[in-house]
Design a protein around this ligand. Structure first.
Ligand code: C2E
Ligand code: MG
Ligand code: MG
Length: 764
């Protein structure tokens, strides 16, 4: 007996120590209170081991002290563990202090027992020839037992309460502990009343510690988990089917039963029904996921099917499950979102980004087809918006969008809105019928209520002969074509050709160099003599030339229109006027009496105060204003006539000569001429050469000459190329001439040499 119990206690001590060691590794919230309980359980077991094993009165008595005092600590640890396990806290601070005080008193009174012998005494009894020391309890021991029992019973009551108040599944974790506690308590009670020499209840305590360790830190309530998982699976929105290792359906949740149309609890047909429902459903054991659409159009349903194998601890296949998730709603929302992102909210056409994507795809998929990329633009859309309001503007856009839809839908075309008032179309070249398109665009009228407006739509067409370039570049090219019919009302379609690209590149090339060219004096004034009726050179017209370091000699026709378009002409002109002033200043110093006519572009007026700049230059170079003559064309007067008139008056009042250039070559308004403060009229002889009826043209020139004298304006014939012309014009009374017949424009040095050689500035 003695040896058996000694071994049992020893094993328990070791087991508690081992559990304590493993409890240290746990990070669970309850771990500290479990560790404390395990630690405190060891001394009482040691106490009992001593009592059982010693056979000596004194040592047995020491064992009793370790046992009893140790039990005070155990009972405290038990209470703390109970609170932690049941997730409770002390009901009040006072109670906590009271319990601690009572336990302290108990420990104290037990420690005083050697002096007062009020708690217990041990007596020897002989069992099987061995001396055991049995306890004879007194009042102190009774107090100790009351304390210990009271706390023990409190813990038991808490566990009973928890066991019966929790759900059936959860109560398991409480009932196990409660059972062990009751078991230990009963044995303990039995020991007390039986007064047996060995406290068997200690085995219960040891066992209790180990069970607490297991249930608190390692126990996973499998039954609870099973029930919960089953509940979750049954309640899930997605359909779930479970299969055994032979792939036979053994269970399906409610959505699964409904989806497959099964009779509840009869899963035999599940396989067949699933195969009918989902064509991609395959009988595979491996894990797989697939999406499946069933039905079509608006009734289409989207599903995600997932089949997963289930394996046991040893990685053996024990079955599988299939989940079917209906994602129709998300899919529809996604489609809607995509639609919104890809379509213009006003016209419902593709947005630019999506159009580019679609065009790229179409071109890639059909490398053998020749395509047209069309850039459609509403001319002066801003004016439509300003005059009729944005609502009507939107209506115009909708009309154009409809027109594009109606015209191109049948032609395998892809189209969309590029931005504001521009649209893009891609269609096979052979499907584009320019005649039909021209016809429908020639009378494009948008009507809304009382407002109606004829809308000019221009199409720039790029034939995709380089399908690998970016879509945006294709549209740039189509747009380039469009610019070539900018001001035309009768033509609506313009085709891109490589010359246009060359032109744009050329424009960019020279525009980027102009600033530097002026600085380096690559731009030079050439002078073309102006002579009187005797052929004497009286002055010259300054005409710009660009002596380009790599492109050679550039005539104004190659760059003046470009700079007139982008406004850089004002830089050229200011520079030319300055050059003219420099020359005049030098001539004045050298005593040469000649004038220089400078050209003024209509665009100059947008970028500077022309009169102010010219006056300042004349002042800066101290030039008598009469020597600097100003050539303007009639187009200058087309815009803002009053301001321009006063500007001419200003110049004239300041002594400058004002000349009308190219009279007769463009739009001539005789009516305007009578009010214009001009000194000289340059009659363009191109008028003569262009005419079919020379006699009539001559009559007109004659009359213009006469009329200009009548208005007090001197006439000058420019572009005189032949002697006949010269004689004829002289006879008509013209006294000033300019033209190749006399001399071509030449550099300033050449001009000066030419003047010297022609005996005192006389030409011909
Ligand atoms: P424009 O002002 O009417 O200048 C006369 C143009 O006629 C010059 O051409 C001149 O070379 C050309 N010409 C002169 N006599 C004859 C002739 O007998 N027959 C023919 N067929 N042509 C003749 P150019 O120098 O090529 O200049 C062309 C135009 O460029 C000028 O016409 C003027 O409008 C513009 N331009 C030239 N230089 C400047 C400038 O510095 N500033 C501005 N804004 N425009 C300029
Ligand atoms: Mg001129
Ligand atoms: Mg001219």
């Amino acid at each position: 007996m003695r040896i058996l119990f000694s071994i049992i206690f020893l094993v328990q001590i070791i087991a508690l120590a081992v559990c304590g060691f493993y409890a240290r590794k746990s990070h669970k919230e309850i771990a500290p209170s479990v560790r404390k309980l395990l630690r405190y359980l060891i001394p009482p077991v040691i106490g009992n081991l001593i009592i059982v094993a010693s056979g000596n009165k004194l040592i047995s008595t020491v064992g009793c002290y370790i046992y009893f005092i140790g039990m005070d600590f155990v009972i405290l640890a038990l209470l703390l563990f109970t609170f932690s396990y049941c997730r409770l806290s002390w009901p009040s601070r006072k109670l906590r202090y009271f319990v601690l005080a009572v336990l302290t008193i108990d420990v104290g009174q037990l420690l005083l027992n050697p002096f007062f012998h009020h708690a217990f005494r041990t007596e020897a009894i002989l069992v099987d020839g061995y001396n055991y020391y049995r306890l004879i309890p007194y009042a102190g021991q009774t107090f100790h037992r009351v304390v210990v029992y009271a706390i023990y019973l409190s813990a038991v009551i808490i566990f009973i309460f928890k066991t019966f108040r929790s759900s059936r599944i959860n109560s398991e974790r409480y009932s196990v502990i409660l059972f062990v506690m009751l078991f230990t308590g009963i044995i303990q009670t039995f020991y007390i009343f039986s007064r047996a020499p060995i406290d068997v209840s200690m085995i219960g305590y040891g066992l209790f510690g180990i069970l607490v360790f297991y249930f608190s830190l390692y126990y996973r309530p499998l039954r609870l988990m099973d029930r919960m998982l089953a509940g979750i699976a049954a309640e899930m929105n997605e359909a779930l089917f479970l299969f055994d290792s032979n792939n036979r359906c053994i269970w399906a949740n409610k959505p699964g039963i409904e989806m497959a149309g099964l009779k509840s609890n009869d899963f035999d047909e599940a396989e067949e029904k699933l195969s009918n429902l989902f064509s991609q459903y395959a009988d595979k054991k491996d894990d797989w996921t697939t999406t499946q659409i069933s039905g079509s159009g608006k009734d289409a349903k989207h599903y995600v099917l997932e089949k997963h194998a289930v394996k046991d601890d040893r990685d053996r296949f024990i079955g599988s499950f299939l989940s079917v998730r209906d994602i129709t709603e998300q899919q529809n929302a996604l489609e809607e979102e995509k639609y919104i992102a890809r379509h213009d909210s006003l016209t419902d056409l593709y947005t630019r980004e999506y159009l580019y994507d679609r065009m790229k795809n179409t071109l890639e998929k059909n490398p053998a087809t020749l395509y047209y990329v069309i850039f459609a633009d509403i001319r002066e859309f801003k004016i439509i918006n300003d005059i009729f309001g944005n609502e009507f503007g939107d209506f115009v856009l909708l009309n154009i969008a409809d027109w594009i839809r109606n015209t191109f839908t049948q032609s395998d075309a892809v189209f969309g809105r590029l931005a504001g008032d521009t649209f893009g179309i891609l269609l096979p070249k052979e499907k584009f019928d320019p005649e039909v398109v021209e016809n429908s665009l020639s009378s494009f009228v948008v009507r809304k209520g009382n407002a109606s407006h004829s809308v000019l739509v221009h199409l720039g067409v790029y034939e995709v002969n380089e399908p690998d370039i970016k879509i945006s570049v294709m549209f740039d090219r189509a747009h380039m074509a469009l610019s070539s019919i900018r001001d035309q009302y009768k033509t609506h379609i313009a085709y891109y050709d490589d010359n246009m690209r060359e032109k744009v590149l050329w424009n960019q090339h020279i525009s980027s160099q102009l600033h530097n060219a002026i600085k380096e004096r690559q731009l030079q004034p050439y002078l073309q003599p102006i002579v009187d009726q005797n052929g004497t050179i009286v002055g010259a017209e300054a005409l710009v030339r660009w002596i380009h370091p790599t492109d050679g000699f550039l005539s104004p026709a190659m760059f003046v229109p470009v700079f007139e378009n982008n406004g850089m002409i004002s830089e050229v002109d200011q520079y030319m006027w300055q050059c003219a002033c420099e020359i005049l200043a030098r001539w004045e110093k050298e005593g040469i009496d000649r004038f220089i006519s400078i050209n003024i572009s209509p665009k100059d007026f947008y970028f500077m105060d022309v009169a102010e700049v010219i006056k300042n230059l004349a002042k800066q170079y101290s030039i008598s204003p009469g020597k600097l003559r100003i050539e303007i064309t009639e187009t200058v007067m087309m815009a803002d006539i009053n301001t321009r008139m006063s500007l001419l008056h200003d110049l004239k009042q300041n002594g400058f000569y004002v000349e009308i250039d190219d009279f007769g070559s463009g739009y001539s308004s005789l009516n305007m001429l009578k009010d214009m403060p001009v000194d000289l009229l340059k009659i363009d002889m191109a008028f003569l050469s262009k005419s079919n009826n020379e006699q009539k043209a001559e009559k007109i020139i004659h009359n213009i000459i006469n009329m200009s004298y009548d208005l007090g304006i001197s006439p000058l014939s420019e572009g005189v190329e032949t002697e006949t012309q010269y004689h004829m014009l002289s006879q008509m009374g013209c006294q000033l001439f300019q033209g190749y017949y006399f001399a071509k424009p030449m550099s300033v040095t050449d001009f000066e040499t030419y003047c010297r050689q022609n005996s005192g500035c006389t030409a011909k």
